[in-house]
Write a protein that binds this ligand. Structure first.
Ligand code: 5GP
Ligand code: ZN
Length: 116
């Protein structure tokens, strides 16, 4: 997708601090970290969100999750972390290229959501 910011990171047209890459996925530091460790993991192929995945995306989605612990440990969160995937308007997704947030660091990340 030519106007997608994360596709541009995949293509090297926008710089990012890459922390993991293979033929299917890319992980890089969030530009505005919410915790000491805040990594975004994306499929290199453009997928807009969890609301648009198709059956053939199953393998890459599994790989994103399967690599999360290795990435978190290497970035300084070896004792656990949280994974978030914001989806669509209700999920407050800002960037319409599917991404998994890995957040963590030396301290617990706190409650999952603020209650209404
Ligand atoms: P969302 O709200 O869509 O789940 O999260 C988007 C995330 O992407 C935000 O945490 C934001 O800081 C991050 N982000 C937005 N633009 C860029 C960018 O150009 N580079 C990097 N590294 N992160 C970005
Ligand atoms: Zn994209």
């Amino acid at each position: 997708m030519s106007d997608c910011i994360f596709c541009k990171i995949v293509e090297g047209k926008i710089p990012a601090k890459k922390v993991y890459e293979d033929e299917d996925i890319l992980a890089f530091n969030d530009i505005n970290p919410a915790r000491p460790v805040h990594v975004l993991v994306i499929p290199k192929k453009h997928i807009t969100s969890l609301a648009t995945v198709v059956a053939e995306d199953t393998a890459v989605l599994g790989k994103m999750l399967a690599k999360a612990n290795e990435i978190a440990t290497a970035q300084g969160s070896p004792d656990g972390f949280r994974v978030l995937i914001n989806t669509g308007r209700i999920g407050n997704q800002e960037v319409p290229h599917l991404h998994l947030h890995i957040v963590g660091g030396p301290e617990p990340v706190g409650p999952m959501l603020k209650r209404i």
